[in-house]
Write a protein that binds this ligand. Sequence first.
Ligand code: FAD
Ligand code: NAD
Length: 406
Amino acid sequence: MKNPNIVILGAGYGGIITAVKLQKSLGVNEANVTLVNKHSYHYQTTWLHENAAGTLHHDHTRIPIKDVINTSKINFVQDTVTEIKPSEKRVMLENGDLMYDYLVIGLGYEAATFGIPGLKEHAFTIGSINSARLIRQHIEYNFAKYNNEADKKQERLNIVVGGAGFTGIEFVGELANRVPQLCREYDIPREKVRIINVEAAPSALPGFDPELVEYAMNSLEGRGVEFKIGAMIKEVTENKLVFEKDEQREEIPTNTVVWAAGVRGNSLVEQAGFESNRGRTPVSDDLRPAGHDDVFIVGDCALLINEETERPYPPTAQIAIQMAEQTADNLTKLVKGDKHLEPFTPDLKGTVASLGHKDAIGVVFNDKKLFGWSASAMKKVIDNRYLLKLGGPGLVLKKGKLNFFQ
Ligand code: FAD
Ligand code: NAD
């Protein structure tokens, strides 16, 4: 009997951890494992806001796939997936196609723009190394341009961030650190620059611990971030953002809108015909969509309901990694002829969000609240632990965040 073909789409948290685990649990004489990814590198999505603000170089965030994948065991294909055809067990790539016996989909998230006029055309999103690098360069360009124009344009110095979820809050925290450096570099008085965070809900970080939300807002406001809370973004143009608050429309002149107000699963998943809700496909507890026993979905493309809250688990790296580990174990069982798959049970360890270097907030170990340096150190521990899992101590030394006082 021929070896089954296992094809893994995407080398984000979900895809790469599936591949790294399978290269240990299956021999080359048991299965042909192929990992497909757009880029030659894996990136840590959870650090992209730092790259976008310019507080961390993007080379720190990306890891060459060949540094963590043993290419004598896993076939790595650098290509872009264009279509998934479940009925043919085939995946179309820009430069060819692949047949599978088992498919793992880990294609991650896209920005959800909710049809808001002008967003797609004029707003930036933090979605990849390329998009983060573009934001950093765009902000720098506007700072550089400011003093080169006779009519100094305030919109060059107004940076607006849509959404005060974790992404928006983490990003403005980095901007608050970066802007003073940019002001020195480009001879611009700090008070001329505005960092404005616009959030539709009645509070920043809706649903998160109120004491920690207050701590975060005080810390960020203390470093010059302005919040517009209860303010719904309605439109973005080339040089302004329009929002509605208390039934009044207001405008902020700006050339820089970064949309961090929601994510959805990769569109390729719904285009493949899987049932989906904002691009996330409902999966059973073994992470397979109904009627597709040969397909596993991990990470942000999967929609799994938390039985306790009756709500979907949030799309997080923490869950993507755990889903990948479970999927690799279950695939190993299937290849070895055991059809009894283990259910996925998330082990939620908490949430820690950075507010810029040295500051953070978090809830860990069953409701223990952390803030300030201890939360920031915890965030680095979490990040380093992931690198250890992915590539061992060598990778932690190379890419880890080892300075706990910065
Ligand atoms: P991703 O990590 O998005 O990876 C998808 C991969 O698929 C990418 O490598 C991409 O290049 C590749 N890909 C996409 N399309 C194609 C294609 N057509 N062809 C080939 N390859 C393709 N979660 C936490 O738990 N903790 C945090 O601290 C945290 N911080 C975050 C900070 C930011 C700024 C953001 C934006 C998110 C953060 N999250 C955090 C959420 C977390 O990053 C996501 O839940 C996680 O990245 C999802 O992992 P994934 O494997 O599903 O997809
Ligand atoms: P999110 O959906 O969690 O937050 C989006 C925010 O934008 C919400 O507060 C929402 O009210 C607001 N919003 C939506 N439409 C708006 C509009 N028109 N105008 C103004 N505000 C609007 O999205 P996210 O922050 O990108 O997070 C995505 C996922 O990634 C979540 O699961 C999150 O937990 C995870 N994440 C985790 C961390 C961490 O653990 N440190 C960091 C970043 C992201």
